[in-house]
Design a protein around this ligand. Structure first.
Ligand code: SF4
Length: 285
């Protein structure tokens, strides 16, 4: 556990700025993510140096298809998340309570050494949302950069301006989920909001970070032609060269009773995407 950087004291409470929830946290409590706790009116990151998932993944699995292709990325994530997506593929580590915090104790130095030893070209902060363990990300990313490793954020994009500015000098590439173009979808299914995600996409592009975007297409939720069109149009308004990954949904977690995304739906999304964007990739099939 380590004291967080991204917070301010406001009377007898704390305000966290690591993500756009901007939680007010009273003494003894954690924020929505469950991993940032007010102890004695200071905010602590409970998962600093505690990695719940660590793998050597092909970079295409992030997915990034246009950044260091054919290389491996040393991939890590802690427990906890700031979203509550009913379709989360990593719900066993993302949806936890404070008392369930677990992970392997490992320092930023050890992570960087392992990445080098396993001949990875990059480190990916992934599986759960890196914004919630951003101080840990920064300490690893600084060391990684010195060793000429690239840093990749795989994120839901729910950053604040403060957290974006805090980390992005050390970030080379991002895959940002654009889960829907409906604020209602974000609020009801994810416990988030759309606008901060759109802002992060625009900021990342402006900063010159390599950017790819992913949308998981869930039958009956975000699979209308209108929504595909809105997403593709938005991405192209930022830059038509940003790759868009359209990903197939399989029933999981709270969405066990849904169908797998029909291939036809994915083809329709691909066709619409290609009207606006240069690179459209259908994945998870
Ligand atoms: S990271 Fe987000 S969810 Fe977690 S405490 Fe900070 S503002 Fe709240």
């Amino acid at each position: 556990m380590k004291e967080c950087d991204l917070y301010k004291k406001e009377k007898d409470r704390i305000r966290c700025f690591a993500c756009s929830h901007k939680c007010f946290i009273s003494k003894g409590k954690t924020g929505i993510c469950g991993v940032r706790k007010n102890i004695g009116n200071k905010l602590y990151l409970l998962v600093y140096g505690k990695v719940a998932s660590m793998n050597i993944d092909p970079i295409e699995k992030k997915p990034l298809y246009h950044f260091l292709p054919g290389t491996f990325s040393f991939s890590i994530g802690t427990v906890g998340c700031n979203f509550r997506c009913g379709f989360c593929q990593n719900f066993e580590i993302s949806q936890i309570k404070e008392r369930q915090i677990f992970g392997k104790d490992i320092s930023p130095e050890e992570i960087v050494q392992k990445a080098i030893k396993s001949k990875c070209k990059s480190i990916s902060y992934t599986y759960t949302e890196p914004a919630i363990f951003i101080e840990f990300v920064k300490d690893i990313a600084k060391l990684a950069k010195k060793k000429k490793l690239k840093n990749i954020l795989v994120t839901n994009g729910f950053f604040t301006k403060e957290s974006f500015d805090y980390i992005t000098d050390y970030v080379d590439a991002m895959n940002i989920d654009l889960k829907s173009f409906s604020d209602e979808f974000y609020r009801k299914i994810c416990g988030g909001r759309l606008e901060p995600v759109l802002e992060t996409i625009k900021r990342a592009h402006k900063k010159g970070i390599h950017l790819e975007i992913t949308t998981l297409v869930i039958p009956g939720e975000n699979d209308s032609e209108k929504e595909f069109e809105q997403i593709a149009k938005f991405i192209s308004s930022v830059d038509k060269n940003i790759p868009w990954h359209i990903s197939r949904f399989f029933p999981i977690y709270k969405m066990q009773n849904r169908d797998v995304t029909p291939l036809l739906t994915l083809k329709i999304a691909e066709k619409i995407g290609k009207k606006y964007l240069k690179y459209v990739h259908v994945g998870n099939i």
